[in-house]
Ligand binder design. Structure first.
Ligand code: NAP
Length: 272
């Protein structure tokens, strides 16, 4: 049996074991995916443990993504650009390669919703870790432009530097975008919205990276305004699809992961 794992702190509420184990079982692979609570600062030791224990793959979540990117043997292009890794793959001779599948997973979640990024005018609200992965991936996927709007201007400028098609913008540009992305944490566990929803216009795509709640107030307002709404669970599912394919060589079924995630969230809603 092969063993893969997620490291993070805290880790108890991670959906990753549910997603990965559902897809591994559906593909009839003799793999098990487990979660390890790893204290801040201990990511290099966790990578040593991966080597010693022969773990076949690693997912990496807060607060270890930057430390892992600095400690692996090599980085794939997106992880190198972001200096952040959410995935570790065992390469030839046991060398550890860091990948970042968040941004590509987001693009895949849009594609699954019938939304093409190539040639699109994108506006990203936020400039934190999730926003940076989205900005980088939007550039790689051929967006015509990526406008970055963030509360802290200096962080917006730094994030916009990730892509030649990105620049800093202002909220009044929201109406001119084809795809509007909330990559802030605003709306997580609250009914707050990250910008004035009156700026939305019919036909726009509005994607929210927040998935707790699944139907954020932003997405509800977007639907009411005649926009196409894309929830944040799709990104979580598709970044996991890419991780599992990197480890096993077998592309897992996103529908299996999505069903497992929906079921787990429904279970937690009734039995937190
Ligand atoms: P982060 O690095 O801490 O960045 C937070 C971002 O939110 C920053 O741009 C911050 O602006 C902004 N922000 C926070 N509070 C704000 C407020 N009250 N008003 C305006 N802006 C505010 O966090 P992250 O890792 O990027 O995560 C952001 C969200 O994405 C979280 O909700 C997370 O759960 C979600 N996420 C989802 C997925 C997925 O798979 N769906 C993956 C990763 C993250 P400043 O720069 O001004 O502080």
């Amino acid at each position: 049996m092969e063993v893969a794992a997620v490291i993070g702190h805290p880790i108890a509420h991670s959906l990753s074991p549910v997603l990965h184990n559902a897809a591994l079982a559906a593909a009839e692979l003799d793999w098990e995916y487990v979660a390890f609570d790893v204290e801040p600062g201990a990511a290099p030791a966790a990578l040593d443990a991966m080597r010693v224990l022969g773990l076949a793959g690693l997912s990496v979540t807060m607060p270890h993504k930057e430390d892992v990117a600095a400690a692996v043997d090599a980085l794939a292009p997106a992880a190198a650009a972001l200096r952040s890794a959410n995935t570790v793959v065992r390469g030839n001779g046991g060398c550890l390669i860091g990948h970042s599948t968040d941004g590509e997973g987001f693009v895949a979640s849009l594609a699954a919703a019938g939304v093409a990024v190539a040639g699109a005018r994108v506006l990203v609200v936020g400039a934190g870790a999730a926003a940076r992965s989205v900005i980088d991936a939007m550039g790689r996927a051929g967006a015509a432009q990526v406008v970055v709007v963030n509360r802290t201007a200096a962080k917006a400028a730094e994030a916009a530097g990730l892509s030649v098609v990105a620049r800093v913008g202002a909220p009044d540009e929201i109406g001119a975008a084809d795809i509007v992305v909330n990559a802030t944490s605003v709306g997580m566990g609250t009914s707050d919205v990250p910008f004035d929803v009156a700026l939305l216009r019919p036909g726009q795509v509005v994607a929210d990276l927040v998935y707790h709640p699944l139907e954020t107030r932003l997405l509800a307002a977007a639907r009411a305004a005649g926009c196409v709404a894309v929830d944040g669970l799709g990104m979580l599912v598709h970044q996991a699809v890419l991780q599992q394919e990197l480890w096993t060589g077998v592309r897992p079924d996103p529908a299996v992961m999505r069903a497992a995630a929906d079921a787990e969230l429904a279970r937690r809603a009734t039995n937190p």
